[in-house]
Design a protein around this ligand. Structure first.
Ligand SMILES: [Zn+2]
Length: 396
């Protein structure tokens, strides 16, 4: 929501007027020098929208403010040209409305366009979020990263490495939305105040690593050639892509990382395939390169890659993981009931590479149970059982 500074204003008094943590207002206005506000200057207040209101008989600004449970001054800040003593019936003014509901509806076929639209909606209401593309998919879709928090501990969550595990994207974004609601309304999640997490961590989210694959599973093959014919051929002529895990070139992005890549390749398909083909060489695919580059650039303290399914958390790799990994996985397990498994016969995954290169905690979290793609009627259950993991990733 836009407000317009008045003489004598400061970020501190905006924080008081709107009952909004000062840091969130500062981080919503990164291009503004908080020390020098000029009258009429536009400031963004997170967690609010300004809606239109038509003055009724008997209205006064005082009464309207009372109904909104906000100081009268908030109305002057959103209506820079308003003359409080000349209010007329039928006149339109703006009123600030606090957002206390989710903007994201996760329970739908969550394709790339829905995700991008929802990210734009979150950014409009929560301008302290930062987002930028980390690269492009094979079909030139920008892969967005979202950053939230001002802390020095950098934590990374990602989803939809595998196309038919797309439900991980709306699960992660629903968590993000609930985190944002809790920050701006100063409410708890599972009894925890989340503002300390914002101050201590910077959470990096890549909600959809494999957008071309997700759209293939949800919307069918792309209209343009040669892609259309190629994916149908790789799919043995079928137009049902619900078993597809790979990117649009038939490369499994979670078999692309240089951590015993040869060993993984030896037991997997040698040609492009709906799943498990690791590519001609490690990091040959733009989506895997984008995540690898981001990981090198950001220096993450820990990473959690969300997949489906199995209700299990993999946390080791060749005994290279640090002792902290076990502490973390025990907490993840405690809050979710998911089983923790140290190692399995599997290589070249993102978390394997992360553990190998940085010797820091990396996890593959398999959400839900059943057969991929998990149906949307499991959405609430999966979210409830794994919400604790998303929180623990920030506080442990
Ligand atoms: Zn997976």
């Amino acid at each position: 929501m836009d407000i317009f500074a008045r003489p004598g204003d400061s970020f501190w008094n905006f924080s008081q007027v709107f009952k909004m943590p000062l840091q969130l207002i500062i981080d919503s206005n990164r291009n503004i020098n908080t020390q020098i506000l000029t009258t009429g200057q536009r400031i963004q207040i997170p967690g609010f929208v300004a809606t239109n209101y038509k003055i009724q008989t008997g209205d006064s600004l005082c009464l309207i403010a009372q109904r909104l449970n906000l100081p009268l001054y908030s109305l002057l800040l959103v209506n820079p040209n308003l003359e409080p003593n000349r209010l007329q019936v039928g006149q339109m003014i703006k009123i600030p409305q606090r957002i206390t509901w989710r903007l994201i509806n996760g329970k739908q076929n969550f394709d790339y366009d829905i995700m991008m639209n929802d990210i734009r909606r979150l950014l409009a209401v929560y301008p302290f979020l930062q987002t930028a593309p980390i690269g492009n998919s094979v079909l030139k879709r920008e892969i967005p990263e979202i950053l939230v928090g001002s802390g020095t501990k950098r934590v990374h969550y990602n989803g939809s490495f595998h196309a038919n595990e797309w439900i991980t994207t709306p699960i992660i974004l629903t968590f993000l939305n609930d985190y944002l609601l809790s920050l701006t309304n100063q409410t708890t999640i599972r009894g925890l105040f989340t503002f300390p997490f914002y101050q201590q961590t910077t959470l990096s989210i890549v909600p959809m690593v494999n957008p071309d694959g997700v759209n293939l599973v949800l919307n069918g093959p792309p209209a343009n050639e040669p892609w259309r014919s190629r994916v149908v051929e790789l799919n043995n002529g079928s137009l049902d892509f619900s078993d597809w895990k790979a990117n649009i070139r038939g490369v499994d992005l979670n078999d692309q990382f240089p951590a015993n890549w040869d060993r993984e390749r030896a037991r997997n398909p040698k040609y492009p395939s709906p799943r498990d083909y690791g590519g001609e060489r490690p990091l040959s695919e733009p989506e895997a390169i984008a995540i690898a580059d981001l990981t090198r650039r950001r220096d993450f303290a820990r990473v959690l890659a969300f997949h489906t399914q199995g209700e299990v958390i993999y946390w080791g790799y060749e005994n290279l993981e640090p002792p902290e990994s076990e502490v973390l996985v025990n907490e993840f397990s405690r809050v979710s009931g998911y089983e923790s498994v140290q190692t399995i016969e599997s290589y070249a995954g993102y978390k394997d590479w992360f553990i190998q290169e940085w010797r820091r905690p990396g996890f593959t979290v398999e959400l839900g149970s059943g057969k991929n793609p998990l149906p949307l009627d499991q959405f609430d259950e999966i979210y409830q059982e794994t919400l604790g993991i998303f929180l623990a990733g920030l506080y442990v």
